[in-house]
Design a protein around this ligand. Structure first.
Ligand code: 4AD
Ligand code: MG
Length: 471
């Protein structure tokens, strides 16, 4: 069996070779004695043209009667130079097996469908150019992620999804319950009395994790450099095109490292995976760059070739205040001062209008950031950074962690966290504590950024959001 991508990318030597192509029919031009079938097998954006004719193809009329858009076929034949436009090679079919017929109610008939409509048929939408291309680029980014951290000597750890701690302290966690899905199947004890499953996880409260960071810190403080890459959950009831209730995060954690090591690592990481993905999926990037967003190639060139900007939060505030002063009426949130949690219009101005490239904003006010971030000497800021990128806003959140026991206890008290709930986290500061730092990158936001996808619900196979859990 030959992958369509391999065939399309071959040199002249492939002409006259025997091939077997298996895939799904995108279009058919069906004539009495000659037909052109475009078949896509998912290996590339472009399909291959299969030519069938009454003389050369077994059972021509009977087979063609069963082939329509959406059908699955296996075509045997030889490669020929194509007479048609837009492709170098085609396949002259000697026989075609109809593996799976497709009836007329198939919703993806040849016409442009809106991404919104495609979301309602999430089980079929991967058969379209756009969603197929996003899936391939997403996979390339994931594979490049593991390659990058392997090259840099990181250990890959899987942190738990079910947890007792709220890493971000934002109270946006889903509770886990051991209640059976079928209430009729409620378990009973020997005497027949219903067991009390109201206490969540086998009698203790438990939640779906919002971040693997705290667990990753324990391994960083043993193995040096580690990363996690897995699903995380946020019970925020937001309907934006940047938020999901279930998303994936890449979270590196590095011992003996500070905030600047984190920025260096994050910048190398983003540049590496974008370069790799472009190299591995040239056809998909050509599609995004021509049919989705003409400015994408230039934006990605800047990303991989130019150093990211680095600006302290206080400087960012000064820049914003000066800009807003020119015409406050243009802003939804014109009130900006030290302590303001930047709104997305502020982030977008910084990265899209002012610097016009990815920007690390760092040293945020301690009041608006999480308890685990290291206090700076000024008593007002913490060693935290967000990476802002054009078109997306926040792509990464990271920080140096508070490694001093007393300082961390103080910060926990301020955040209303109980020491006994975090005894294991505090132990890290008792037993050979070291400066360490890490970050979390929202993988679906990276996919959006790299593929110029406007809505994060199209960057993941089955998006989970308020009202979105049909499959
Ligand atoms: O800034 P956040 O909340 O940082 C953390 O969770 C840290 N514990 C990470 C760490 O230091 N290890 O989230 C990190 C990133 C954000 O910058 C954003 O890209 C993404 O995760 N993110 C979301 N992506 C999609 N949907 C959501 N609801 C998201 N919330 C955060
Ligand atoms: Mg954040």
């Amino acid at each position: 069996r030959t992958m369509v991508r391999t065939l399309l990318e071959s040199d002249e030597a492939i002409v006259s070779s025997p091939v077997l192509i298996k895939g799904w029919v995108r279009t058919v031009r069906d004539q009495k004695t000659l037909s052109f079938i475009n078949v896509n097998d998912g290996s590339s954006l472009e399909g291959v043209q299969i030519v069938a004719d009454a003389e050369g193809t077994a059972d021509y009329a009977a087979v063609m009667a069963r082939i329509g858009t959406g059908a699955a076929i296996a075509a045997t034949g030889t490669v020929a130079r194509s007479q048609g436009k837009g492709q170098l090679y085609e396949v002259q079919a000697s026989s075609i097996e109809v593996v799976g017929e497709c009836d007329d109610s198939f919703p993806l008939q040849k016409k442009r469908h809106s991404l919104e409509f495609l979301r309602s048929i999430a089980h079929l939408r991967a058969r379209t150019n756009t969603i197929g291309a996003i899936a391939r680029v997403r996979s390339a980014l994931a594979q490049a992620t593991h390659a990058f951290f392997a090259n840099e000597g990181f250990t890959y750890v899987q942190t738990p999804l079910i947890t007792a701690s709220d890493c971000e302290g934002a109270g946006e966690m889903f509770r886990v319950s051991t209640l059976p899905a079928q209430l009729s199947a409620m378990p009973r004890d020997e005497s027949g009395k219903e067991l009390d499953f109201s206490k969540d996880f086998f009698g203790k409260p438990a939640f779906l994790t919002v971040s693997g960071q705290l667990a990753a810190e324990t391994y960083a403080c043993a193995l040096g450099s580690v990363y996690t890459f897995g699903p995380t959950f946020r019970a925020e009831n937001s309907q934006t095109n940047r938020h999901l209730a279930e998303f994936h995060m890449i979270e590196p954690e590095i011992a003996f490292a500070d905030l600047f090591d984190v920025m260096d690592n994050a910048e190398r990481y983003v540049k590496y995976v974008v370069r790799e993905a472009r190299e591995r999926c040239p056809g998909d990037f050509a599609f995004f760059g021509s049919l989705v967003d003409k400015e994408l190639p230039a934006r990605l060139d800047v990303l991989v070739n130019e150093p990211f900007e680095r600006v302290p939060y206080t400087t960012a505030i000064e820049l914003l205040r000066a800009e807003i002063a020119k015409d406050p009426s243009k802003w939804e949130f014109p009130q900006v001062e030290f302590g303001t949690d930047l709104a997305s219009e502020h982030e977008r101005w910084l990265t899209e209008s002012h610097f016009r490239k990815p920007v690390f904003v760092y040293n945020y006010p301690r009041e608006i950031k999480s308890f685990y971030m290291r206090d700076n000497e000024d008593g007002k800021t913490v060693a935290a950074t967000d990476l802002l990128v054009p078109g997306i806003g926040e792509l990464i959140g990271g920080s140096q962690r508070e490694e001093r026991l007393e300082q961390l206890k103080l910060k926990m008290r301020e955040s209303g966290l109980k020491e006994e709930d975090y005894w294991w986290y505090l132990d890290l500061r008792r037993f050979g504590t070291v400066p360490h730092a890490g970050y979390g990158l929202g993988f679906e936001r990276l996919v959006c950024y790299v593929t110029a996808t406007a809505n994060i619900r199209d960057a993941i196979a089955f998006p989970r959001f308020p009202g979105g859990c049909e499959f």
